[in-house]
Design a protein. Structure first.
Length: 172
């Protein structure tokens, strides 16, 4: 008795209808998923930019509160009096330190780093410059500051709040 040919007789593959239905379901799921994935990717870029900017604010504050002094062109007597961020345009800013308390962009300043904000995110609203004093508080303002970042493709925003005491947080 040969069992093998009988087993083949009862085995079937997929019908054309089953295959078409399966492919249609995959197509519908893909059509629904792709916009969601693109939206998450845009939100990810905006969130990462907000975290980087917040980190740079804390870094500048840290440089001034420690009185860091080992910058090119400074003498041993020079000490960081102010540090902060200056926005050059909607998509670029610098982290700087200053050995005097004047917001004059003079030779007393050292640019620590220049940052380019990743497209499509831009600074939509905020001060042109944020300075921290040696005690870690904001300089030149009497209250908290806010910086608004906008994703120009989706219109979504994130807001960074810099408390007068110097702490920076993403609040939206």
């Amino acid at each position: 008795m040969n069992v093998f040919p009988q087993q083949l007789k009862h085995r079937r593959g997929f019908s054309l209808t089953e295959l078409v239905v399966t492919l249609a379901m995959i197509g519908v799921l893909t059509a629904v998923a792709v916009p969601s994935i693109q939206s998450m990717a845009r939100a990810s870029v905006l969130g990462q930019t907000a975290r980087t900017l917040t980190g740079d604010l804390q870094r500048a504050r840290g440089m001034v509160t420690t009185g860091r002094q080992n910058f090119t062109g400074w003498t041993n007597d020079d000490r960081t009096e102010h540090a902060g961020l200056r926005f050059l345009n909607a998509s670029e800013y610098v982290v700087f330190v200053d050995r005097d308390t004047q917001a004059n962009g003079a030779a007393s300043e050292v640019i620590v780093e220049t940052r380019t904000i990743e497209t499509p995110v831009q600074v939509a609203n905020g001060p042109a410059e944020i300075r921290f004093r040696r005690n870690g508080t904001l300089s030149g303002v009497a209250s908290d500051l806010q910086i608004q970042l906008t994703n120009t493709e989706s219109g979504t925003t994130r807001t960074i709040r810099i408390a007068f005491g110097g702490k920076a947080d993403i609040i939206q």
